[in-house]
Design a protein around this ligand. Structure first.
Ligand SMILES: Cc1cc2nc3c(=O)[nH]c(=O)nc-3n(C[C@H](O)[C@H](O)[C@H](O)COP(=O)(O)O)c2cc1C
Ligand code: SF4
Ligand code: SF4
Length: 275
């Protein structure tokens, strides 16, 4: 069973490709996370957890959710981290998570995908660079699937002591200081579809007077800004299109591959009762 969270589609692509090649099923965790639904997940095949990298580790809201989620059946767990080039201490924390859950840690592979985060000083990536990353990832996911199918361990990035010493205390401080939602705003292009509300893993957005409003609990995952069908969301003075990454915009680079990309989870589009 391939379990995943994906804000802007990169990890979803990897998870679905992996599930397809393993003849296994995939489970998008977004609704479970939003509803804090801890009903057990059972699988006879090894669990494969796919996650993006946020500030050098798995998103903390995701690891917190996974810690409490009962996984039954298989005693093995693999991790796939979808990064923009540096997965930091992810493999160290993945191993710890597996141990806490009483599962056999089978390794943690990093797959480098296009960057989905452009707030601050991060430059846009060129179309060529995005294409190259997607094609490389497509190849890499094939060899990862082969290894999992053969029951082999995946090789994990070595994590140095200094990386733990920096990341573990730095992450919460950085998150508190930098990950603010006050600069998100919807323009007149908003069609009040509610999708931003639905894709926010932290339930940080609600609709008031026909427009989305953002509260303070934000992890800058970019799901709202990257999934708005009207491209109506801006973040401060980040370039209008610069911050709006979504894998779907670039999936044509994989057109000649037999991919099974981005079948939307219908529940995601269901409007929340309270707007
Ligand atoms: C808040 C935030 C922090 C990130 N931090 C890192 C990081 O430390 N290292 C890295 O390589 N990529 C980082 N990224 C990039 C994403 O991990 C990467 O683009 C990932 O493929 C996005 O997956 P998704 O499209 O499934 O959400 C970060 C992205 C976000 C939104
Ligand atoms: S996703 Fe975009 S169009 Fe839909 S409600 Fe949110 S801002 Fe408006
Ligand atoms: S409000 Fe923050 S946490 Fe929610 S979808 Fe937008 S960026 Fe992600």
């Amino acid at each position: 069973m391939v379990l995943y969270f994906s804000a802007t589609g990169n990890t979803e692509f990897l998870a679905k490709e992996l599930a397809k090649r393993l003849g296994d099923s995939s489970l998008n965790l977004i609704n479970r996370i939003k509803e804090q639904d801890f009903s057990p997940v059972a699988s006879d095949k090894p669990f494969v957890i796919c996650a993006p990298v946020y500030i050098c580790e798995m998103p903390r809201f995701l690891s917190a959710y996974l810690k409490k989620l009962p996984l039954t059946g298989s005693d093995k767990v693999y991790f796939i981290m979808s990064s923009a080039g540096y997965s930091g201490i992810s493999s160290y924390l993945a191993k710890k998570l597996a141990k806490k859950k009483g599962l056999r840690y089978m390794g943690c592979s990093e797959v480098v995908m296009p960057r989905n985060y452009f707030i601050g000083h991060y430059p846009m990536q060129s179309g060529e660079e995005i294409k190259e990353r997607l094609l490389n990832a497509y190849e890499q996911i094939g060899s990862i699937a082969d290894n999992i199918a053969k029951g082999k361990m995946l090789s994990s990035r070595h994590v140095y002591m200094f990386e733990k010493a920096i990341t573990l205390p730095f992450n919460p401080v950085w998150s508190k200081l930098k990950l603010k939602a006050k600069d998100f705003a919807a323009t007149d292009k908003c069609v009040t579809c509610g999708k931003c509300v639905q894709v926010c893993p932290l339930n940080n957005i609600s609709i008031k007077d026909g427009r989305p409003v953002w509260s303070d609990n934000c992890t800058h995952c970019m799901a709202c800004i990257g999934n708005c069908p009207a491209e109506a969301i801006n973040y401060g003075n980040a370039g209008a299109s610069k911050a709006k990454y979504n894998f779907k915009k670039y999936k044509h680079f994989l057109n000649d591959k037999n991919t099974d990309i981005h079948t939307p989870d219908p529940k995601i589009y269901k409007r929340r009762k309270n707007g």
